[in-house]
Design a protein around this ligand. Structure first.
Ligand SMILES: [Zn+2]
Length: 476
């Protein structure tokens, strides 16, 4: 498909909103830092994964061919500690593999439940050790890295522009840096590319002795191996800008690569305006949320906040999101019902083309697209979807044309994929029962009772209309 759209992206690197220009016409190469697999996924993981899922889906909607890469960090201090704890007394290497396999499986399970598209490639750090060693050798050859006492360090002052991604001067960096005892670096700002093995840890052979890679090197190596030395978009949580992404830039440019053109960072997640942390006792897992709420409800909560801003989670906000999801459900249900039962209202049968509503309906698509073109403004795009719902309810309640557009746009947000069509049957039965009771009251000229029932419906968020002897309902 010919791509001739203009998508603007806020680029962390330039601190500006820029028009997206792909390296290869019609294609997007995207690398997002994935999970370190040592625990069950929490809702912060869900937020980050969903933010980039929406970016990816929108490029696809706009006709781009997207290659999406998300890595898995399967060797790291946290995994090693968990292995010692969960598989006490067992061979440590085997235990590390057990921990990472177990938690990667759980991560996949919940990404699937939430409806996040699988990455096109999902490289694991442990599969890339050889290539990381080769990359480190290049950095030493190019004299931006040095071996020291079994470790290898990147020499930060040897490259131009260190600090440009996180917008920090050397003075600022120095004030935050320190040398941990046991490190053999020349300068406090240098960071480890390779760490010599500690007693009992899993390690790999290298020209510098047994050891394992530092964390930052894997992303420089895996991204360039799969997407090339220069690629379009690199994403991750805002907490990764420094040091992780700054160091990725240094390593990649140090090796002679141009690296990522656009850097996208998602804001973090707070719980009732507080940081989420196990130590604060406010840690919420994906399991907890998805046990009580549909994936669409959680997605709606996220969509209301721009991806770059912090999103606040609370159970009250989940309740609101659940109600908002019902507005879609009720509409879909109503369209299905009107079609199945047949309606005496002529407008219900007519498609918008016949009613001349097509330009109106398409204007909601235009609003949706211009919001998304503007640095993926999901809050505004979502508002356009709800405006479309209101419009359909009022102007074309039985229109499958309008419904198809709603579903097509909803797909950009991964919505309506979980059998969302049709509100749950108990609520539907409750509404219809109340309408029947009200109609009976009106027949008996008990208008007081009829009004009471109308108020009751209103209290549960349902508006009713009487037209030509027929009562129809919609969510307010
Ligand atoms: Zn990374």
């Amino acid at each position: 498909m010919e791509v001739c759209v203009s998508i603007k992206i806020y680029n962390t690197l330039t601190r500006k909103k820029e028009e997206f220009q792909p390296i290869k016409k019609g294609e997007v190469g995207m690398y997002v830092c994935g999970p370190t697999v040592y625990d069950v996924p929490h809702i912060g993981h869900a937020r980050s994964a969903y933010a980039f899922d929406v970016v990816r889906r929108y490029f696809i909607y706009r006709g781009y061919k997207v290659k999406f890469v998300r890595n898995v960090t399967d060797v790291d201090d946290k995994i090693i500690n968990k292995a010692k704890e969960e598989f006490k007394g067992e061979d440590l290497n085997g235990a590390i593999k057990k921990v990472s396999d177990k938690y990667l499986k759980v991560y996949h399970e919940y990404m699937k439940k939430l409806g996040i598209m699988s990455p096109d490639r999902e490289p694991k750090a442990t599969e890339y050790i050889e290539k990381m060693i080769d990359f480190i050798k290049i950095l030493i050859e190019r004299e931006v890295a040095y071996a020291s006492g079994g470790d290898v360090y990147f020499e930060v002052r040897k490259v131009n522009g260190y600090g440009k991604l996180s917008n920090q001067s050397f003075e600022m960096l120095e004030s935050g840096a320190r040398i941990v005892s046991g490190e053999n670096k020349k300068d406090q700002l240098d960071f480890a590319l390779w760490k010599s093995a500690k007693e009992g840890e899993s390690s790999w052979q290298s020209p510098w002795g047994n050891g394992r890679p530092g964390w930052h090197i894997e992303c420089s190596v895996m991204s360039s191996d799969i997407l090339g030395g220069e690629f379009d978009i690199h994403g991750g949580g805002i907490d990764l800008v420094f040091p992780h992404h700054e160091n990725e830039v240094a390593q990649s440019e140090g090796a002679g690569n141009k690296f990522a053109r656009y850097w996208i960072h998602n804001g973090l997640l707070t719980i009732n305006k507080e940081k989420m942390a196990k130590s604060l006792g406010n840690f919420i897992t994906m399991e907890e949320v998805l046990k009580k709420y549909s994936p669409d409800a959680l997605k709606l909560l996220f969509l209301k906040t721009h991806y770059a801003h912090p999103v606040d989670f609370s159970w009250e906000r989940m309740e609101e999101a659940k109600k908002a999801v019902e507005r879609f459900k009720i509409l879909f249900d109503k369209i299905g019902r009107l079609k199945a039962e047949g309606s005496r209202l002529k407008a219900d049968f007519m498609e918008p083309r016949d009613l001349n509503l097509e330009p109106d309906i398409n204007s909601f698509r235009v609003k949706f697209e211009s919001a998304m073109d503007d640095d993926f403004n999901t809050a505004e795009a979502l508002a356009a979807l709800f405006d479309l719902v209101t419009y359909i309810n009022k102007q074309a309640p039985g229109s499958s044309y309008a419904k198809d557009i709603l579903i097509e746009l909803g797909k950009v947000f991964g919505l309506f994929e979980h059998k969302a069509e049709g509100i749950d049957s108990s609520k539907k039965a409750e509404i219809e029962n109340l309408i029947n009771l009200r109609n009976a009251a009106r027949k008996n000229k008990d208008f007081k009772e009829a009004d009471r029932i109308r108020d009751k419906l209103s209290d549960i968020g349902i508006a009713i209309e009487d037209q030509k002897g027929e009562t129809t309902w919609r969510l307010k």
